[in-house]
Design a protein around this ligand. Structure first.
Ligand SMILES: [Zn+2]
Length: 170
């Protein structure tokens, strides 16, 4: 099967058996998908773990998860940051889809790729952080939080401790 059709599934038998659920684990690179703050590497494999079920013989319910690696820049320090996104989905495929709401169901097969692309694009982080505590580009020169703290009191000179025990008789 070519990568182009990696997310295409024959569903003729499912459409004849409404209510029967069938699992599919599909994986293939989908090229670079991007948003403002991050993108999938173009050769990264997108994985979809899906359950397909026909309803009424003319529509298909698809639910499951998609996951994909992503890369981006930390919004505070601009260092490279990467991760793996995972998104739940539940979508309807039908013969005459409604734009923006349902997807196209073919005669005897369904192409799940548009749905997988949408789910990945929506799950990409818009403003990633390398770390929740990232302090920015130069934390030593621009302390993020210590500037308002009082400097700690210097430790008491131990030599004075001896005087604590001295009592003067008047
Ligand atoms: Zn950072």
């Amino acid at each position: 099967m070519s990568a182009d059709a990696a997310f295409e599934v024959v569903v003729a038998d499912l459409l004849r058996q409404p209510g029967v659920r069938r699992s599919h684990a599909l994986r293939a690179p989908l090229g670079r998908l991007e948003t403002v703050g991050s993108a999938t590497p173009s050769d990264a494999e997108v994985v979809a773990e899906l359950v397909l079920e026909a309803t009424g013989g003319t529509a298909l319910v698809v639910e499951g998860t998609v996951s994909a690696p992503w890369r981006g820049s930390c919004r505070r320090c601009l260092d490279d940051v990467d991760g793996v996104l995972e998104a739940d989905l539940r979508e309807i495929f039908e013969r005459r889809p409604t734009e923006g709401e349902t997807y196209l169901l073919g005669e005897d097969r369904v192409d799940l790729e548009p749905m997988v692309r949408d789910a990945v694009a929506l799950a990409l982080p818009l403003a990633p952080l390398c770390d929740e505590d990232c302090a920015g580009p130069a934390p030593d020169r621009f302390p993020a939080r210590s500037s308002e703290e009082e400097p700690a009191a210097p430790p008491r000179d131990p030599r004075w401790a001896a005087l604590d025990d001295v009592h003067f008789d008047n």
